[in-house]
Design a protein around this ligand. Sequence first.
Ligand SMILES: C[S@@+](CC[C@H](N)C(=O)[O-])C[C@H]1O[C@@H](n2cnc3c(N)ncnc32)[C@H](O)[C@@H]1O
Length: 244
Amino acid sequence: MTEEVEDWWDATADAFQDAIDLDVGVNWTGFGHGDLELLTDVEDDAVLELGCGGGQCSVALAKRGADVTGIDLSENQLVHARALADEHGVDIDVRKGSVTDLEEFDDGSYDVAFNAWVFQWVEDLAACFEETHRVLRPGGRFVFSLPHPVYDVTEGGSHEVSESYFETGRLEITHDGMDVDQVLFRHTVSDIVNALVDAGFVVERMHEPGTPNPDDYEPGPWGEYTPALMSKLPAVLVLEARNE
Ligand SMILES: C[S@@+](CC[C@H](N)C(=O)[O-])C[C@H]1O[C@@H](n2cnc3c(N)ncnc32)[C@H](O)[C@@H]1O
């Protein structure tokens, strides 16, 4: 399963980074309606980014004084992460790997694990959360954001609920002119929260950032998000959990 995701990201990494042109920072929401001030206090913390992509978040946390390791399935994304780290003069350890298998990392070796916009690509969240729990020290923090599962089943133009929220699992999207398909995985909010609890985390905060004003949003580089709909439904889900 992860091979398909890896193939997609290897094929699209350059075009993605070019189009999205992200600033260095933790882009929890990514829609220009005010980001969240999370993980601002990481000085001297050992931090693991689970799916670091082009490294914008890892570089930001390294600049805040953290000792950052980033893993990602896509070697082509990591090329961008390494170049960004060099450009900003920070030293981050970025390696190829899957968030569902953290075997190379010791038990209790991180203070913080996080990611932004990765878990829609991951089928086996339970494996990832169990492994993350293992590599975090007791009391360690796990913070992540992903597209809100409710927003994801709503049609941008009509605002109709076009698919079933309860139909979870694999979603395959074919794009014109691409040799590889985009493979995503749907999860419900309760699936995500319960997988965290089952892995041994305490969920401390949940955020659904947004405002009722469509002018507060941007439609994304591919016009894939609809400001009018984002002003009605949360487009992003952010969870803060702690390792018990
Ligand atoms: C949308 S990017 C997000 C990256 C970064 N947080 C950002 O804001 O640019 C998603 C990344 O998740 C990575 N990814 C997806 N599934 C993964 C997995 N199972 N293990 C590691 N990385 C994964 C992809 O390769 C891709 O680089």
